[in-house]
Design a protein around this ligand. Sequence first.
Ligand code: COA
Length: 415
Amino acid sequence: MKALSGVKILDFTHVQSGPTCTQLLGWLGADVIKVERPGVGDATRKQLVDVEGADSLYFTMLNHNKRSLTLNTKNDTGKQVLERLIKECDVMVENFAPGALDRMGFSWQRIQELNPRMIMASVKGFGPGPYENCKVYENVAQCAGGGASTTGFLDGPPLVTGAQIGDSGTGLNLAIGIIAALYQRTQTGRGQKVLAPMQDGVLNLCRVKLRDQQRLARGPLKEYSQYSEGIPFGEATPRAGNDSGGGQPGRILKCKGWETDPNSYTYFITQAAVWQNICDVIGKPEWKEDPDYATPPARLPRLNEIFGTIEQWTMTKTKYEVMEICNPLDIPVGPILSMKELAEEPSLRDSGTVVEVDHPERGKYLTVGCPIKMSDSAVEVTRSPLLGEHTVEILKYVLRYSDSEILAIKESGAV
Ligand code: COA
């Protein structure tokens, strides 16, 4: 028994945003039936291929805990099978380009006619408005949602981040909407439409920058490095490098070995409550009482000097030594961990956050596990399905077609 046991998902998703959502629902126990075009499948199966002939890591890492059904939904018999799937499932998830489902003949109205309890969940690039018909990928969403304009350094171009906040971030929003709609359905008996636009998801994650946009109208943003550097602010929230987005100033500082190791850095936060401890650690006890350094407002115009001094200390330690010294003193610091270090970290393997999976075509590989831990719904990560691996099984046991009907469906070219 898992949290979503008994929930059937018609997974019409592809690439990253939609598959993130349905994979999460699968981890939580839903039966996820991924519908893919016969002979082609999700485009990511064959993108960024690293093992010839095998599904790519791009695909496998987004499609665990699913079954694959091939179905040509533009073929008449295929449409009939899809209708039966819609009647049978609780949730339909899709992230096609705007209008694709309507063109296929499955408008929201039609879906409701087929199954009034259906929850129909979509990721789109934009919500209603001037860009609603646009196709969108991750970095477009990061740019359109305010992420890129506020990421990077003041003197450089806008930057996108490696965290897939547009795709995977929006997929998580969609999953929350679906679970809420399933709960509401227990009261109303009705399904509903759930929409998670990528621009909205990115902007939501950038809320501290919208906060700063409004603070800017009332004066300079004193916790930004550019304030202590005497650089005037413009009209929009600027890029703030590695400045902390909160009220406690922080920076990324070099650690021992930074000259050769690109990840030998630490994040260091000068939290006001532990300022005295910071002064002792970095060998500046006189700053504890000095009115130029003793209070947070006094420190704001001197952040570059203060972090420069702290860095002189961090450069004498490894990033792990900085953590060992600072943590017992409650000074918030964080080592910059590389993907290599994260992949090898035993505690992340123990917690199921990084999981090794065996795949018939590619052998063993690492993937991320479920980032949500529930005491009564254990997650077991199962490998991604091969294209069409479960077609017959689903036609027979989920849709209850007879053997002769399955033969006819096959002969029609629908699967
Ligand atoms: N059988 C038959 N046809 C199928 C099918 C199936 N099983 N599955 C998909 N198709 C068809 C669709 O109906 C569509 O046909 P149409 O253009 O004739 O209407 C076609 O395949 C392609 O779908 P589309 O979504 O346009 O794919 P794309 O590769 O051109 O675009 C995206 C990809 C991601 C840009 C686009 O889907 C999109 O903008 N999605 C919404 C935003 C999003 O999720 N972006 C993030 C992706 S990580």
